[in-house]
Design a protein around this ligand. Structure first.
Ligand code: GLU
Length: 299
């Protein structure tokens, strides 16, 4: 079976050089290996994703010379599938609803931090500080019945207790040069959100389900997602789905050494195109050779 690669942008802004690098690297690796290249639109966040950004993704990738298989999977069309997975995990006793608003959570963390530092996840966000897990079932039903918004969280301790030590094979590098067999550390994320009342999935859940459903064998993505793989491995284990190989690549930075953001006009592909920059120049700028045989991606 040929290997399957994918590029999975969220249409919440215009693509920049960082996306170009990731997309071209996946495309080159797929071609070099005689594999398949898929494009997936990760549009679960209806408040931030916009049709004009999605249209721009197709336009910018085509301009770069990238070709993808159709139909393109759009996550917003598959909410029922993600809901089923949440139900499966709930039936395993691994999911509970929490009812605090973001502001309440921020206050709880601030209160605790008045005495001692509160643990943060690898992205720097505080771990869930609430006690919703011990709410009696009747109270949960009452709050849901009242229409209070909630988040469905994975009971990470119970999830980990089911899995032996999980690992993944890293062909690229983590933020501190981690490579080879990596020990997953899902506990660093606490009780992650799997779904919300208004959005029946989350990044972590839909990415592992889609990679499995689409037969993705090689996940090649930015190093900023390296430690998210710990959560992905737990979900893959619990849902009984295969483990792809991972290759986390370097991030393209701006002149001050910061990761590019979607609002950075200077490095937007549309801006560059408008200024007469060619796709070959983009390739060279992000460190990719025009000669496919040289694609190592510098991971
Ligand atoms: N949709 C994610 C992003 O735009 C990428 C997901 C992934 O590659 O796993 O950052």
């Amino acid at each position: 079976m040929p290997p399957v690669f994918r590029f999975a942008p969220s249409p919440n802004g215009y693509l920049h050089l960082g996306h170009a690098y990731s997309a071209l690297l996946n495309f080159d690796l797929a071609r070099r290996a005689g594999g398949r290249f898929l494009l997936r639109i990760e549009d679960i966040d209806a408040t931030r994703c916009r049709p004009e950004f999605e249209a721009a993704i197709y336009e910018d990738l085509a301009w770069l010379g990238i070709a993808w298989e159709t139909p393109v999977r759009r996550q917003s069309e598959h909410f029922a599938r993600y809901r089923e997975a949440v139900e499966l995990l709930s039936a395993m006793g691994l999911v509970y609803p929490s009812f605090e608003s973001r502001a309440e959570i921020a206050r709880m963390v601030a209160d605790r931090e008045a005495t001692a530092p509160w643990p943060r996840d690898p992205d720097g966000a505080p771990l869930y500080p609430g006690a919703a897990q011990s709410l009696p079932a009747a109270e949960r039903s009452r709050l849901i019945g009242q229409g209070i918004p909630y988040a469905l969280r994975l009971d990470m301790e119970a999830a980990r207790a089911r899995a032996n030590q999980l690992t993944w094979v890293e062909h690229g590098e983590g933020p501190h040069g981690e490579t080879g067999v990596i020990r997953a550390q899902p506990e660093a994320w606490g009780d992650v959100i799997l779904a919300r009342k208004e959005t029946p999935t989350s990044y972590h859940l839909s990415v592992v389900i889609d990679d499995a459903l689409q037969g993705v064998t090689d996940v090649v993505r930015g190093r900023d997602l390296f430690w998210s793989t710990s959560v992905h491995r737990v979900l893959q284990f619990l849902l009984g789905i295969p483990e792809p190989a991972y290759r986390h690549h370097r991030l393209i930075e701006d002149a001050s050494g910061e990761k590019l953001s979607k609002s950075t006009q200077a490095t937007g592909l549309r801006e560059l195109r408008g200024r007469g920059v060619t796709p070959s120049e983009v390739r060279r700028f992000v460190g990719l050779s025009d000669d496919l045989r040289n694609t190592t991606g510098g991971c």
